[in-house]
Design a protein around this ligand. Structure first.
Ligand code: ADP
Length: 500
């Protein structure tokens, strides 16, 4: 699969040629509306229906977490069971089903000892100690679930499901029904690879010879993601820039050599945004809906947000918002260095997030030191996330690295101008404002340094002080289109190439 086919795909896209009804099984560790810890859940929840709209046949396999079992999802228990080998035992599970959208089947692998827990991967005391076993089980059980009705494509996501590809390709004799299935692995964030000590190897029931540095071994540990990357027919990363960055030592997290070797099979496809949920016209969580031709509603949303966060309801002061996991990857260490300087500007700042204790403490401290100026909410709050997108003037994403990022896509749609670092999907979706040509959709900075961030912020604040120029920027941002249909088409074309 080289450049030529990519060109052919582009031509086909231009002609809007129909995509054949390829049969896809999406194996994902999380998916909206059933379970979510981050952008992967949004991606799976949007990509699947978008593929269906293109005429593909999609089914989903994921764990029956507590949020699934106790959620309001009309689950059907058809009495289907799975039995998979884990080490020298057989572990039993069952399959629950529901339908989504236009009849897409979702299969939930139920095994309460693994999945009926408070969280998906990590409790307050850290990662669950049996994560290797839980996701070996998921991978094997997913293949069992697919055996009776084989797909043409098995599309896995991240380390939690990568082993399904390894088991299928390394042990074809165990899965004869799935012999012709092509496999795709999507990397959502290379910072999480599923690393486990060699003592867990017996859980996988794979030949010992696969534990070598060209396959599943990684600095003495078992690397689930690496295994999937070695065996997958195609690999995707969630933005074109990230697909390039992971070939470098800075961003490759030790797997850059593998990505370089597999460059021909590595594709970067930018995630889309689900505008049915994330658009100021349709949003049900915000004080007043609005659009690019009627921005009055945005002012109402700003006042509402200021009220909700206990800030003075001043219309003319720029309001900077942030919704993020509070970890170094999201730029929290950078912000820690320049928070005081940032808050020295004439602005208001609201932050919603949770994450590492030291960053939670640091941002709480800002709010304490700058009452009436900075307001912080620690926790996960979907409604407030929408209200910040709608009510803020600027949205800050100073990430160290960002495979795709969703909030900047949402921000553009809400006319909430993103200030981002030029990395991964942020670079692919936000165009830096140019005063001369009056072009661009946000403010982009390069070096991971306080001065660069503050410079981008100051450029934004300067323009904010000029309402006409600012409104033009807001309208350009709102016109940018990152709908899922475009991204889904790129996936569909890749599937088609794999099966033809
Ligand atoms: P990542 O998956 O790395 O966390 P993304 O930008 O791809 O980052 O996706 C994050 C998603 O999670 C967005 O939909 C964002 O609104 C949401 N999110 C993150 N933190 C919170 C929070 N504290 N409360 C509500 N939503 C949050």
């Amino acid at each position: 699969m080289g450049k030529q086919q990519t060109k052919a795909g582009r031509e086909r896209r231009k002609r809007k040629e129909p995509i054949g009804p390829v049969k896809i099984a999406m194996v994902s560790p999380e998916m909206v509306p059933f379970a979510k810890t981050g952008g992967l859940a949004d991606m799976a929840g949007s990509l699947c229906p978008a593929l269906e709209r293109l005429g593909l046949k999609v089914s989903v396999v994921m764990p029956a977490y507590r949020s699934v079992i106790h959620g309001n999802f009309s689950l059907i228990d058809g009495g289907l069971s799975v039995s998979v080998p884990i080490s020298d035992r057989q572990v039993e599970g069952s399959i629950l089903q529901t339908k989504l959208g236009q009849g897409m089947a979702v299969h939930f692998i139920r095994c309460d000892r693994y999945f009926d827990r408070e969280a998906l991967y990590t409790a307050s005391e850290g990662d669950y100690v049996d994560n290797a076993e839980r996701f070996v089980f998921l991978a094997r059980a997913a293949l069992e679930a697919l055996r009776p009705n084989p797909p043409q494509i098995l599309h896995c996501h991240d380390w939690q499901t990568a082993l399904a590809i390894v088991f299928l390709k390394a042990q074809p004799e165990n899965y004869p029904e799935l012999a012709s299935v092509k496999t795709v692995l999507t990397v959502h964030n290379l910072g999480y690879q599923g690393l486990f000590g060699y003592p867990d190897w017996h859980l996988l029931n794979l030949d010992r010879s696969l534990f070598n540095f060209r396959q599943l071994e990684f600095f003495g540990k078992i690397n689930f993601l690496k295994g999937g990357l070695v065996f997958a027919d195609a690999i995707t990363a969630v933005s074109p820039t990230y697909a390039e960055e992971i070939k470098s030592p800075e961003q490759g997290f030790g797997l850059e050599g593998l990505f370089q070797e597999r460059a021909q099979d590595l594709f970067g496809i930018l995630n889309g945004a689900d505008y049915a949920v994330w658009s100021p016209q349709a949003d049900r969580c915000i004080a007043r809906n609005y659009g690019a031709t009627d921005l009055a509603g945005k002012k109402v949303c700003k006042a509402d947000l200021q009220r909700a966060m206990g800030l003075p309801e001043t219309a003319g002061i720029p309001l900077v918002g942030m919704v993020s996991r509070l970890i170094a990857q999201k730029g929290l260490d950078l912000l820690e260095k320049c928070g005081e300087e940032l808050l020295g500007r004439n602005l208001q700042f609201v932050l919603l997030g949770s994450g590492e204790a030291k960053y939670e403490a640091a941002v709480r401290e800002w709010a304490l030191r700058h009452p009436g100026k900075a307001s912080v909410r620690i926790g996960f709050d979907e409604t407030l996330a929408h209200q910040i997108e709608a009510g803020a003037d600027l949205f800050l994403m100073p990430s160290q690295y960002e495979p795709c990022g969703l909030n900047q896509l949402y921000s553009l749609k809400y006319g909430t101008i993103p200030i981002v670092r030029a990395t991964g999907g942020l670079k692919d979706s936000v165009i830096d404002y140019q005063p001369k040509s009056r072009s661009g959709t946000g403010f982009v900075f390069g070096p991971y340094e306080p001065a660069a961030l503050l410079d981008a912020l100051d450029r934004a604040l300067n323009l904010f002080a000029r309402p006409k120029g600012w409104e033009a920027l807001v309208k350009r941002a709102m016109a940018a289109d990152f709908s899922w249909d475009r991204s889904a088409r790129a996936y569909a074309e890749m599937y088609q190439r794999l099966v033809s």
